[in-house]
Structures are given as C-alpha cells and as structure tokens.
Design a protein around this ligand. Structure first.
Ligand SMILES: Nc1ncnc2c1ncn2[C@@H]1O[C@H](COP(=O)(O)OP(=O)(O)OP(=O)(O)O)[C@@H](O)[C@H]1O
Length: 336
C-alpha cells in the first residue's frame, strides 16, 4: 500500500494527474494564471483554463508544457505547488516520503532536470522518475517483466509515443510531436481556410469532443455541431454548422502521420519480438486515443489487434501507483 506521504505526478501537456494518500486521485488542466508584474500565482487548473483568451491587465495564462516537456519552469513549479496543496490541504507540503513522476522516454537529461527542479520544492526523502510508456504498460495491467514484446502507443495532448517494451525495458521507440492538440489546430486551421473564421482553442476542443472522428465510417455521438467564431473579413461573430465527416477529413493528415510512425516502429522491431506483437496485438492509450474510430482505423491500417485502454487518461498514473505500492518489486523501473 502506498504511504500517506507518497505522491505520484503525471505532468502532461494538457492534464496533470496526481495520486496521493490512498486511493486519492486528482486530475487538473495543465494551465496556470500568474500576475505577470509580480510573477505571483493566481489560479491553476480548469479555473485558469477558463480565463484563457479572456484576461486583462497584468494577468497571464500559461500552458507550461510543450510537446510533453517543461517549457516554463517557473510556471510549472507554481502550478505543481498549487495542485499538491489541493491534494493535501491540511498539511505542510514539505516532508513527503516518496515522489514518483513520469517523463516521456525521449526526454533529454536537461529536460528531466527541469522536472526534478520543479519537484525539489516538496523536499521529499526520495524523488524518482519513470518513463511514461513503462508506467502506461503497467497501468494497463501488462506483465512487462517477461521476455515478450508489448507495443504501447500513447497519444497524449502534445506527444505521441510509440514504444516496444520487453523485459521491463524499451527496445524500440519513436516519438512524434503530435497529439490531441494537433487535432485541435488542424480544426482551427481548416476553419480559417474554408470558412474564413477564427475560432478559439476551446471551440476546437468542443468540436473534437462532440463530432471528432477518425474516419467517415466512425459515427460519433453527435453527427453535427455548431460553432461561433470571428469572421476574419468583417470582424463580426458568425455561426457555422459542421458535420463529423468534415472533421474526419480534416484530421486525416495527422492520423496518417501517426499510422506511418507505428508502421516504421514495427519495421524496426527485432524479429524475435515481431511474433509476440502479432500474437499480443498493440496497446493504445492516452487521451488522444479516445478519438472516435481511431482504434478501428489503426486496426485496419496495421492489420493487428488494437487494445484500447479502458482508462486512457489515467494509465500512466495507475502504473506509478502500482510501482509505489510494490516498491521492492518494481524498483528497477524507477531512476533518479
Ligand atoms: N473523448 C475524447 N475524444 C478525443 N480526444 C480526447 C477525448 N478525451 C480527451 N481527449 C484529448 O486527450 C488529450 C489529452 O490526453 P492526455 O491527458 O493523455 O495528454 P497529456 O498527458 O496531457 O499530454 P502528453 O502525454 O502529450 O504530455 C487532449 O488533447 C484531449 O482533447
């Protein structure tokens, strides 16, 4: 069992998930509002996200991660401080026993050092990192210790990681700087070109969640939706109706890039492990993987069984909780 003074942190491009105490889970948007003059903290999470694009005066809203790595250390530190205080409202944030935080496999030492610096403020007895694909695989309930190849495709907000894991280690890896955010920017760019209107990031996210689809045959919950943007010719707000088939067409380019990278990673797979992947299929996780019809589209392009995690937004956190609860068994998976 994890100790009351243990904590796990999955610092993602869009969502930060913390687990602490026993069975306490906390998920917030990776966004922070700061006073730009005083460099002081104002708000974090969804409350800060609500302010995005609507600020005035000295307030600035920061998304401190870019493509899965820390782009603004000061903002990240302040945001994590606020999140940890929410998770542990009644105690000092100092004095944790164990902190485990996840990082993409492809991060450089400099990028990892930034995360360690952001975690230093918690003064924990032990702060360890774990690679995201390894944590995600564990969180999906896979036995990663055996000599059996498992391919994990993690489509996050700003990063897609494709990893082949065997004997607790990553054998082949490829990362693409695309994810759910890219789907949103594809939608925004299309709205500018086709309808000559500018829409907000929030509107693009709403379109994706309501009528986003990976193919024209993947019918989402709603087939149509409306969006209001600013007409770039007149400057006047304008409403447009959209159909899911249009969104499937817009997202095709980015989805093809992801498929091509999966195929390239499969090509690099050692022959001994290719048979395992053929038998096991591949494992899909991350919030971006929840796009309607993505699993089926991938199955058809790679001709392998694709298992979509039933907790795509939480698999990395779940994996870290497993490590915390059986530290001795899993200590080879974590590092300084
Ligand atoms: N039902 C859904 N359909 C489509 N996309 C979704 C859905 N739910 C969440 N997403 C997308 O998932 C993405 C966030 O996923 P996730 O939380 O796994 O990423 P992250 O960990 O923040 O990012 P990264 O792994 O790149 O650091 C967002 O782009 C969000 O829009």
């Amino acid at each position: 069992m994890a100790n009351k003074r243990d904590i796990t942190i999955d610092l993602g491009n869009n969502n930060t998930v913390l687990t602490g105490m026993i069975n306490t889970l906390f998920s917030e948007s990776t966004v922070v509002a700061l006073n730009s003059k005083k460099n002081s903290y104002l708000l974090a999470g969804k409350a800060a996200l609500e302010m995005e694009g609507k600020i005035n005066g000295d307030t600035k809203v920061v998304r401190p991660l870019k493509n899965g790595v820390i782009a603004d250390l000061n903002a990240t530190t302040k945001m994590l401080n606020a999140f940890v205080k929410t998770l542990y409202p009644s105690r000092s944030i100092l004095g944790f026993h164990n902190i485990i935080a996840s990082v993409p496999y492809g991060t450089t030492e400099v990028e990892r050092r930034a995360l360690r610096l952001a975690l230093d403020q918690f003064n924990s007895r032990s702060t360890k990192l774990i690679f995201e694909p390894v944590a995600a695989a564990l969180g999906m309930g896979l036995n990663i210790k055996e000599p059996d190849g498992k391919m994990i495709i993690d489509i996050g907000g700003g990063l897609t990681e494709i990893s082949l894991i065997s004997l607790s280690g990553v054998v082949t890896y490829m990362a693409l700087k695309v994810g759910g955010d890219t789907f949103n920017s594809d939608i925004r760019n299309y709205m500018e070109k086709k309808y000559i209107i500018s829409i907000s990031e929030k509107s693009a996210e709403k379109i994706k969640l309501q009528i986003g689809a990976a193919t024209e045959n993947s019918i989402p919950l709603n087939e149509d939706c409306t969006v209001v943007g600013k007409d770039n010719l007149t400057g006047i707000p304008k409403q447009i109706s959209l159909n899911y088939k249009e969104i499937a067409m817009i997202l095709n380019n980015t989805l093809t890039k992801i498929e091509d990278s999966v195929i390239k990673t499969l090509e690099q797979c050692p022959p001994e492990l290719a048979g395992d992947i053929y038998t096991n299929g591949v494992y899909l996780t991350g919030g971006g993987a929840l796009l309607k019809g993505l699993k089926e589209r991938l199955e058809s392009s790679i001709q392998l069984k694709v298992h979509l995690s039933d907790q795509s937004l939480l698999s990395v956190s779940k994996g870290m909780e497993i490590v915390l609860s059986q530290m001795d068994k899993h200590k080879a998976l974590i590092f300084k």
